[in-house]
Write a protein that binds this ligand. Structure first.
Ligand code: ADP
Ligand code: MG
Length: 306
């Protein structure tokens, strides 16, 4: 996934860390990477992307699960989150291949014909493409999903207090110390430095953040960010610096955070508010200053731990 991870487990006095726990966690993450990476040509996802057949493409339990979550959020958000965005991600230069320049209007229009989450069907035998050119990208959901899988592994080992983080997406359980909740930071949405913008306390929840402050490029004085609007085929305008979402599942938090970046300030915020999703939108005021807008559900969580 091109990123780092960290796992913290707080043991009770009687507990000992089972031998090989670190290796098990690593193996769990490697497995997901091996299934879902678009950078590995032999991954299950890459094979699905190359597949042009009409019969459903059989997939692992994990890949099916990520398809199901992604399709659910795609439906809910009217396709703001759309994993069939991969051909667009590639022509805009945010995929495994580098590009010489941004695509032309005509190229975008041509590629857009192959982007539509409604053209994939999840069937008992596998995943069916209605258009052989459909190619998927799980980058918007996979880190969150990976966090959930590690959390599942920790639950199976009866750990009651832990924190799992993959590439900035986090899930916590229990407490850091008796009487002290986990305190999770949200990054200042700037590219030049890594510092904490604010920190919030979380209990038995996940938090994912999506932003355009790190993964972008400037071409002829214009900024192009890695969140792409599947309706227009263009990177989303830079009106939101970042969105953080709290949800019991980190995969859902990750998916919603990306969807809200794409839906934008008004529609994204309205959706989060109407669906009682705890979300924090951060807007740029100028180069160095930001304004926060939390949904009511977010404020409630903050207040419950005061
Ligand atoms: P990050 O990877 O920085 O946490 P996101 O979770 O928002 O950010 O994922 C962004 C990645 O998802 C992009 O780099 C791209 O590969 C892919 N992507 C871009 N736009 C969309 C979209 N509208 N729907 C689904 N995936 C997208
Ligand atoms: Mg995401």
């Amino acid at each position: 996934m091109g990123t780092t991870y960290q796992v913290k487990i707080i043991l009770s006095k009687e507990q000992i860390l089972p031998e090989g726990m670190g290796e098990k966690i690593h193996a769990c993450l490697s497995k997901i990477d091996q299934l879902m990476s678009t950078y590995k040509l032999d991954s299950e996802l890459s094979q699905f992307n190359q597949y042009k057949g009409e019969a459903p493409f059989p997939v692992s339990k994990e890949t099916r699960e990520i398809f199901e979550i992604s399709q659910e959020i795609a439906k809910q958000t009217g396709g703001a989150l759309d994993i069939t965005v991969f051909p667009l991600v590639e022509i805009w230069g945010f995929g495994p291949k580098s590009i010489e320049h941004p695509p032309t209007k005509e190229q975008v229009e041509e590629i857009l014909k192959n982007v539509d989450y409604q053209k994939i069907e999840i069937l008992p035998e596998g995943i069916k493409k209605q258009n052989p050119e459909i190619q998927c990208d799980f980058s918007a959901v996979a880190k969150g999903y990976a966090v959930d899988k590690v959390a599942e592994l920790l639950d199976e080992n009866s750990f009651a207090n832990y924190m799992v983080e993959v590439g900035g997406e986090v899930r916590v359980k229990g407490e850091k110390y008796p009487g002290t909740l986990w305190n999770i930071g949200i990054e200042r949405p700037v590219s030049m430095e890594r510092s904490t913008f604010l920190a919030i306390k979380l209990k038995d929840q996940s938090m994912a953040t999506s932003g355009n402050y790190r993964n972008f490029y400037i071409w002829e004085n214009k900024k192009y960010s890695h969140e792409i609007d599947p309706h227009t085929g263009y990177p989303v305008p830079n009106t939101i610096a970042s969105v953080s979402v709290i949800h019991p599942s980190c995969a859902y938090a990750d998916a919603y955070a990306t969807a809200f970046m794409v839906m934008g300030r008004d529609e994204g915020f309205r959706f989060a508010e109407e669906n009682a999703i705890p979300a924090l939108f951060i807007y740029p005021m100028n180069e160095t200053q930001f304004k926060e807008q939390p949904t009511s559900a977010w404020k409630q969580i903050i207040q419950s731990f005061k």
